[in-house]
Design a protein around this ligand. Structure first.
Ligand SMILES: Cc1cc2nc3c(=O)[nH]c(=O)nc-3n(C[C@H](O)[C@H](O)[C@H](O)COP(=O)(O)O)c2cc1C
Length: 349
């Protein structure tokens, strides 16, 4: 049984408590670069006592961005600004992680603040790629079906981004395998209708993710944790489901993945999702039974909810997203062992 304020050691890394900041795209970058917004945004949650700061979906290539404003790590010049963030986060006793992503057929959109429609090449967008040429929305442009060389190139891009993440000082990498982005598109039979070794059987659909993990592990130190975020279900008939997620989690455990971050959905436009408080926690509970560490996420908003999840051993870690946007200092109250910044001590009692 664990509690909110308990440390969690994974390989050589110790999180000071059991709450992480869930990755959240800020759509605030130019040419993939982090900037002052990101420094303040991530720095505030570290000051606020959050144990793990997971930097938003960071594209491994320009084409892998959801929007032209996404964070990226496809060139060395992007390392320095991220290093400034990791150093600050670590100076407050939090651990900095980064989610590496490729948006696949859901790339090339305008930012949500601008309406989020898919951008044509003329509007500054680009040709999107996917395992199969099936658009997400009927109004989207047709994705280009990836050839094997294209698949290998993207695997290499994940590896290069992981190498840069190490140099930027991150201590955890999370591969984004959820929410209908490229890895998830390969996993689900609804978005992957390939007939080669990357499609069809379960073993073939998970191949792309396993290749990414193998490649990342050649550059990511053995003593640093590797997480994978998965959508535990497509919430759609005939789609990727919990049974397949559990089977995949067992395999990921054997290939050196340390934790599954248990999300759901995002792959199919007409998913039948039932959202409620803690609605994804049962996925974490089921996946945890395979023996791998898990994180629960989604509609978790109170200290009571966090402690119930941990005390009932439904997850090893809890990720908060929107609650931390509302309250960056959540953990200063929730973690009784929280070390308040000296500058804020007069507000403690
Ligand atoms: C503004 C925003 C941006 C997000 N960006 C990402 C992302 O970059 N990667 C990801 O895996 N999930 C992303 N998500 C999903 C969150 O990480 C989280 O899983 C989801 O919001 C559910 O948690 P919550 O109920 O605590 O907000 C985003 C959510 C929000 C609100």
């Amino acid at each position: 049984m664990s509690n909110t304020g308990d440390p969690l050691s994974i390989k050589s890394v110790t999180l000071k408590n059991r709450v992480g900041m869930s990755p959240m795209c800020q759509y605030s970058s130019t040419d993939g670069f982090a900037n002052d917004w990101h420094f303040v945004h991530y720095g505030s949650r570290a000051v606020g006592g959050t144990g793990l700061i997971m930097v938003e979906a960071t594209a491994v290539s320009p084409e892998g961005r959801i929007t032209p404003f996404d964070m990226g790590l496809w060139k060395d010049e992007q390392i320095a600004e991220l290093k400034r963030i990791t150093e600050f986060v670590h100076s407050f006793g939090a651990v900095a992680g980064i989610q590496l992503a490729h948006a696949g057929r859901k790339a090339s959109h305008d930012s949500p603040a601008n309406g989020g429609h898919q951008l044509s090449v003329k509007e500054g967008g680009w040709q999107v790629v996917a395992p199969s040429s099936i658009p997400f929305a009927p109004t989207d442009f047709l994705p280009l079906e990836l050839e094997k060389t294209g698949i290998k190139n993207i695997v290499e891009e994940f590896k290069s981004a992981a190498f840069r993440a190490k140099h930027a000082g991150f201590k955890i990498i999370e591969i984004h395998g959820a929410h209908g982005y490229l890895v998830h598109e390969f996993l689900s039979p609804l978005t992957n209708t390939r007939t080669d070794e990357y499609g069809g059987s379960f073993e073939n659909r998970i191949r792309f993710l396993l290749e990414i993990i193998t490649a990342v592990k050649t550059v990511w130190p053995d003593d640093l944790p590797l997480f994978v975020r998965l959508s535990a279900t497509d919430w759609a008939e005939g789609g990727w489901n919990l049974a397949e997620t559990v089977k995949l989690a067992s395999i990921l455990h054997t290939v050196g993945v340390d934790l599954i971050d248990c999300s759901s959905g995002g792959n199919i436009i007409d998913q039948k999702i039932q959202i409620a408080l803690g609605y994804q926690v049962p996925f974490s509970e089921a996946i945890k039974k395979t023996g791998i560490l898990t994180a629960a996420v989604g509609m978790i908003t109170s200290t009571e909810q966090v402690s119930q999840i941990l005390e009932n051993e439904k997850a090893d870690l809890v990720f908060l997203a929107r609650e931390l946007l509302r309250n960056p200092y959540f953990m200063l109250k929730a973690d009784k062992n929280a070390v308040w910044p000296v500058q804020y001590l007069r507000a403690k009692n």
